[in-house]
Design a protein around this ligand. Sequence first.
Ligand SMILES: [Zn+2]
Length: 145
Amino acid sequence: MRIFSSPNTLMVDHLRHVLEGEGIACVVQNRFGASAAGEIPPAETWTELWILDAAQRAEAEALVRDAIADTAGGPAWRCAACGAEAEGQYARCWRCGAARGALARPADFQPVERPRHGRRARPAWHWLAWAAAVLLAALLLSRSA
Ligand SMILES: [Zn+2]
């Protein structure tokens, strides 16, 4: 029975591999139908994917759905490594080959600290040392009194 049809023969072949990988026997029909386009209605020239065992229909349809969702991709994304914009169906940057979702910077990247306006943040030890000095002074004053 027919499980999927598309004008994109490559897509049909891809789905056939997916289904066969899951143990679902299938055949591609009408592979060269596109060459007849113009003489018969377009939809009938689409390449079709048929499964041999109708009992596997639900499983096959679920696999097809998942596979299409994977290849259709989401929105366009921007390569974190080089900044190129890539289309949603690509998992890698077309320009530099970085994987989608790769870190923008190496893990050991340290941002450059810029001096802030006004009072600069001081490390904790600074305040501890200052408090200790105040306590020491108070102690000395109370002893000399
Ligand atoms: Zn890139």
